[in-house]
Design a protein around this ligand. Structure first.
Ligand SMILES: [Zn+2]
Length: 299
């Protein structure tokens, strides 16, 4: 089976060095197996995302030497596909209306899930039809988390196991404002594009069981997952979009692509001394085995 990897940037700003690192690995991984790469703009947040940023990201990828084979439709054009998926989920599992707000969820003294969010209270799910009719305002739609343990082997971090009910809880598929959530969109889009390999930052490791569960309900093939370490500063703070100095827009003024790739490759263990190297040259010596598993201190 042909490997299909992907770049899935959110065009709500310029590309950040942390994203560049994940895309570099996604590209190396797919290309080293003779596979292809698809590009998809994850612009569910239509207020913050723009075509101008999307174009900036395409230019940054090309500048880094990370070309792709095809671009699939951006998420803002995929509402019909997400609606169809939601209908299918309704027929296979318990999708229910939820009027909880972030404030009300924090007030409920519910156990907190592994990533810090409060577990959704069962009382909301157990409302009768009559009680639901009396509720005011548009609800969000949630999927009941079954007492099901999902296990998978991450290509970088190894075995990962989570019980959906106790560690995650019922999760939102469509928000009250009508916007579909990332968890659903990403599964539907990867399935439609034939993605076989998901390489992304390890901050998304804990969403993988939810996505695998959605894959199963929707009858989609499960991709392999490779979560990559985060870039941090010396104090261990994760580099984020807030650090304007780490924007490709800024970095491109003072550096060559091979300098940045050389730095990322050296600090992450892909090469054993710091030297300029192009993506194409790095491809010849790429192996997942060389990648460090701990956070990568960049500056
Ligand atoms: Zn609720």
């Amino acid at each position: 089976m042909k490997v299909v990897g992907r770049f899935a940037p959110t065009p709500s700003g310029r590309m950040h060095l942390g994203n560049a690192f994940a895309y570099l690995l996604a590209w190396l991984s797919a290309r080293s197996e003779g596979g292809e790469v698809v590009l998809r703009m994850e612009d569910l947040d239509t207020l913050r995302c723009s075509e101008e940023y999307a174009e900036g990201i395409r230019q940054d990828l090309l500048w880094l030497g990370l070309e792709w084979d095809r671009e699939t439709p951006p998420q803002r054009q995929r509402t019909e596909a997400y609606e169809a998926a939601l209908e299918m989920l309704r027929s296979k599992a318990n999708v229910f209306p939820c009027w909880c707000t972030r404030g009300s969820l924090n007030l409920v003294n519910a156990p907190h899930a592994s990533d810090g969010h409060p577990i959704h209270p069962a009382a909301c799910r157990l409302r009768s039809e009559e009680e639901r009719r009396k509720m005011k305002g548009t609800p969000a739609w949630r999927l009941e988390a079954p007492d099901l343990t999902i296990s998978f082997t991450d290509g970088v971090y190894g075995p990962y196991t989570e019980n959906l009910k106790t560690a995650c809880g019922d999760f939102v598929l469509r928000r009250a404002d009508g916007v579909f959530v990332y968890q659903l969109a990403v599964v539907v889009d990867d399935g439609a594009a034939g993605v076989t390999q998901v390489v992304r930052g390890c901050d998304l490791l804990s969403s993988t069981p939810r996505q695998l569960y959605l894959c199963r309900l929707l009858g989609l093939p499960e991709p392999s997952y490779w979560h990559v370490p985060m870039l941090t500063d010396r104090e261990g703070r994760k580099l984020s979009k807030r650090d304007a100095a780490m924007d490709l827009c800024r970095l491109r003024k003072d550096h060559r692509p091979e300098d940045l790739i050389g730095l990322l490759a050296f600090r992450s263990g892909l090469i054993d001394r710091q030297a300029p190297i192009s993506a194409e040259e790095l491809l010849r010596e790429f192996s997942w085995e060389k990648l460090k598993r701990e956070d990568i201190v960049l500056c």
